[in-house]
Design a protein around this ligand. Structure first.
Ligand SMILES: [Fe+2]
Ligand SMILES: [Fe+2]
Length: 360
């Protein structure tokens, strides 16, 4: 299987990482803001409902709308002098502590890290907004177009919430990481509705739910906790849209098409995993005297690396892929080897993988 972004790969012991070190190239990637997207537009003259489950999800989306300006208490302060996340959940807080830095430095480093992570989520939200706009064009059925359209307003609200939170409370929006930009553009440039749905709705929405769930559980600030919780509830609905759409795709797919989709899904997630926060560590390394390469080598060599690394993958995206038949014995060993799955940590998922039964 050819790996994505091969030219930026290198080995850290047993682990292969994707690492961008050339600042000029990163700048060039970010400046590239006009993207050619080949896309087919489909009309439909059937205005009745054809896919009942999608219509139900659309109705659910309407009922669960919320207002980022009025449903969040923006008067709640966010202080740089307090940990916003449990420090155990912050790489920079842990590393600066191990280096013997004082608590103020640990707090500042943890603050920078969550600010960077939220910035990446924000850029991902913009990609989701744009991709759902594309789906209103490329999808065949009116129920699909309606649901995609309802997701467009959800994603606009997520951009509104995250960007206001960073502008009003954190003070900085960091630029997009190079690995994330390349992967998101692969989805936006994909020609078929199937690949767009698999890539954005199943993989990225599934990852978003997993990451946001981790952040929410470790969050110590009530404003941020409520914001993430609200967004996460919308993302769970979006991931469900991905599964409902993909279920119909895989039902009609030939074995070779299934294999191709499984490989593509694995490749995207493997590349995301292979970055191992190197983009973030390169931004803050000099500020805190941290060597990004040494840090990642230490993290990936830790005996419990897979246990915490796999949490975001095993939350939603792995079970959904398994249910769709897009995570099989063929790729399972790679998931385990790369710490994207932990045997025994999700007994239900493991059982399903070995017995071939559905997780649900
Ligand atoms: Fe979103
Ligand atoms: Fe979403």
């Amino acid at each position: 299987m050819d790996k994505l972004i091969q030219e930026h790969r290198k080995r850290f012991g047993e682990f292969e990482v994707v690492d961008f070190v050339d600042e000029t190239e990163i700048e060039r990637l970010r400046r590239d803001i006009d993207v050619d997207v080949p896309m087919q537009l489909h009309w439909t003259w059937n205005y009745g409902s054809e896919v009942e489950e999608l219509r139900r999800l659309y109705e659910k989306g309407k009922v669960n709308q919320w207002n980022a300006e009025t449903d969040l208490d923006w008067d709640i302060p966010v202080s740089k002098d307090e940990f916003i996340l449990n420090p155990d959940a912050s790489i920079l807080a842990q590393v600066t502590k191990l280096m013997g830095k004082d608590e103020a430095t640990q707090k500042a480093a943890a603050f920078d890290e969550i600010n960077y992570l939220l910035s990446q989520l924000l850029h991902g939200e913009q990609a989701a907004l744009q991709l759902c706009g594309q789906l209103t064009n490329v999808c065949d059925k009116m129920d699909e177009k309606w649901y995609a359209a309802s997701q467009v307003i959800d994603e606009a609200r997520h951009i509104e919430a995250f960007s206001k939170f960073m502008q009003r409370k954190l003070g900085t929006i960091y630029p997009i990481g190079p690995t994330l930009k390349i992967l998101l553009e692969m989805l936006l440039e994909a020609e078929t509705a199937q690949k767009k749905t698999l890539g954005m709705q199943t993989l990225f929405e599934g990852m978003a739910v997993g990451i946001m769930d981790l952040i929410r559980r470790e969050c110590l600030n009530p404003l941020m906790k409520t914001m993430i919780h609200r967004v996460e509830q919308d993302e769970a609905r979006h991931a469900a849209f991905g599964v409902l759409m993909m279920r119909r795709v895989v039902r009609d797919a030939e074995p070779e098409q299934m294999e191709e989709m499984e490989d593509w899904a694995f490749n995207i997630l493997e590349t995301l995993n292979a970055n191992q926060q190197l983009d973030m560590l390169r931004v803050f390394g000099p500020k805190y005297g941290i060597d990004p390469e040494v840090t990642v080598k230490l993290i990936t060599a830790m005996p419990n690396f897979a246990e915490f690394n796999s949490l975001a993958y095993m939350h939603t995206v792995a079970p959904n892929l398994k249910n769709l038949g897009l995570l099989t014995e063929r790729t399972r060993d790679q998931w385990l080897k790369l710490g994207m799955m932990t045997p025994g940590k999700n007994a239900l998922l493991e059982q399903a993988l070995t017995s071939g039964e559905s997780v649900n």
